[in-house]
Design a protein. Sequence first.
Length: 296
Amino acid sequence: MTRQMEGMIGLIAAQTLLGTIGLCVLESGADPVSVAFYRCVIGGLALAFYCLWRGDLAGLMHVPRRTMLMALASGVLMAGNWVLFFEGIRQTGIAVATITFHIQPFLVVMLGAFVFRERLHAVTLMWIGLALVGLTLATGLTGAEFGADRAYLLGLGATLAAACLYAGVTVIAKGLTGLSAPQLATIQFLTGALLLLFFSPLGPTALSPEQWGWLGVIGLIHTGGVYVALYKALPKLTTPVIAVLLFLYPASAVVVDALAYDHFVTARQVAGLGLIILASLAVTLKWGFRKSAVIA
């Protein structure tokens, strides 16, 4: 088996598994804060053992102070992102929340232009505009249907806020040096666990065995297992292949929502997801950038 094929199998498995996390969140019956807390605890410990096995754990003692502070800050953003995303799933459904969340690559582009003074091309704004049209179609918030119920709108707001926080996590990670990806994720998750410890309504004894099962899957499989698979897969693949395969996550989520809860997306929502995917690929692969004027 070739190196690229190994990477593709790993990335396909990881992205497909991520599409099932919403099912576990809903079936656990736990509130979003508690789910995020136990995901941080279980996933953080799993990655800490992975770092120990790799020999990376001791290296955390020698991380520069500024780098550690930025990593801790990204952990706070990561925890908030998960709480808001899980709330979005609870209020809007797995498919809509996952599709909405995938607007975050464009937020990364905008935030990166502001933080790192990266050049912003005119064509980028065109692709972002197309993605926003796709988001409008995917969420059903067209002019005639803007009378969605309050819970649905709050869920969309929570998901968009989660995407903003995750964009912050991505931008911080981009500017960090001296930390491997597993080390950074370990810091983020354990930071989130410490933060959410003070807010989680459900203590360990309040959870039923069934809830522990669902939360264990989220922590061990969707967090520890998926992250390790991604660490191993991504270096083996080219950017175009990664850009395409990353959208197996929302596609998987749409299928899971339909099979588990009979939440079938409409043709308009599929078109919206298609526009978001198209725009994301265009920005990632820099379609039309050479001929485009620079805005900033």
